[in-house]
Design a binder for this molecule. Structure first.
Ligand code: PGA
Length: 325
């Protein structure tokens, strides 16, 4: 009976198994929910056993469902290996590069991809931007070719290369009383209303770790799911926050937050490009990795990578502290 199952149905089922939800699977696959439900009903009929139970909103796979999810992943991986062999045979003429990056890397990843694609116009590109936790989920599911994220990487089974620093700065609105202070103890920062990224964010993790290392906790006033929203909230006077220097560099419009001179800041971090240890990189992924590393070396040396545009790929270097007069 399984012979009646289609590859598309297996793909949908693998997405449901991974995401634990019909809604999220249909969003990811750009399908309507009724289509997803109908395909899964057909798949379940083909298997002849129920594949899942629904408790509240959450999907729980039955034993048959778990077995089918494993099989679906193997089939998908086998076809991807086939795709990769074909791309290998075609060299860099064709093929696909799938890159997943944490939110702050969106300020430079599209430019890198733009330059890479001018060198290799036949390559299809996909860029997923999400928070650290989701990026790590994607690593575990082997969904992309390469990942860009920050520390800590120690416990993860990744091959990783540091290519650029990613300092996290304490930021406030230009008129904030702390903006004029020359040296601010961390205890003082902990008293200020703090605008915090959502759970799962690497920025949030770094902030919590710094405060915890000093026996402190930030005074969270509001949780926001994006760096941009936090930046605007700082400017709106809702509180202070800690964000990557890249967020500041990307600023235009209503001015920028100012950098506070707080003890322990900036939190020193680095961008890494990574892939699961033992994964065989495609020709395209290897070419992009080399391109990225040479662009970063050139940036550090003040030049442009061979083939890269003359725009500063990783943002204009900025003095770390802006003084008010
Ligand atoms: P985030 O990650 O987007 O999850 O905060 C940023 C980082 O880890 O540097």
């Amino acid at each position: 009976m399984m012979r009646h199952a289609t590859f598309r149905q297996l793909e949908i089922f693998a997405a449901i198994a991974r995401l634990g939800s019909f809604t999220r699977a249909s969003e990811e696959l750009f399908l309507t929910q009724p289509t997803v439900s109908m395909q899964i009903k057909k798949l379940s009929d083909a298997v002849g056993l129920p594949l899942y139970e629904q408790i509240g909103k959450r999907i729980h796979l039955t034993d048959a469902g778990l077995e089918l999810a494993r099989t679906a992943r193997e089939i998908i991986a086998a076809l991807e290996r086939m795709d990769m062999s074909v791309a290998q045979m075609q060299g860099l003429q064709k093929g696909k590069l799938r890159l997943a990056v944490v939110t702050t890397a969106k300020y430079f990843a599209p430019m890198l991809l733009g330059d890479f694609s001018r060198l290799h116009p036949g390559i299809a590109l996909s860029l997923k931007v999400t928070n650290r936790e989701r990026v790590l989920e994607r690593v575990a599911e082997n969904l992309d070719d390469l990942y860009i994220l920050s520390e800590p990487l120690g416990s993860l089974d990744l091959e990783a290369r540091a290519f650029l620093d990613n300092p996290l700065l304490a930021l406030a609105a230009p008129g904030h009383p702390l903006a004029r202070r020359r040296s601010i103890p961390l205890e003082r920062l902990a008293e200020e209303p703090f605008l915090m990224r959502e759970p799962g964010s690497g920025t949030r993790q770094a902030v919590e770790e710094l405060f915890a290392a000093h026996g402190l906790k930030p005074n969270v006033r509001m949780e926001l799911g994006s760096n941009e929203a936090i930046k605007q909230a700082i400017l709106a006077g809702l509180g202070i926050s800690v964000l990557s220097r890249h967020v500041l560099v990307a600023g235009h419009g209503r001015g920028d937050p100012v950098v506070l001179r707080v003890a322990g800041f900036p939190i020193v971090r680095h961008w890494h490009v990574a892939y699961p240890r033992g994964k065989e990189l495609s020709v395209v992924a290897r070419a992009f990795l080399e391109f990225l590393l040479s662009a970063a070396r050139a940036y550090a040396g003040g030049g442009a990578a061979p083939g890269a545009s003359s725009r500063p790929l990783f943002g204009e270097p900025r003095p770390p502290v802006r003084r008010r007069t």
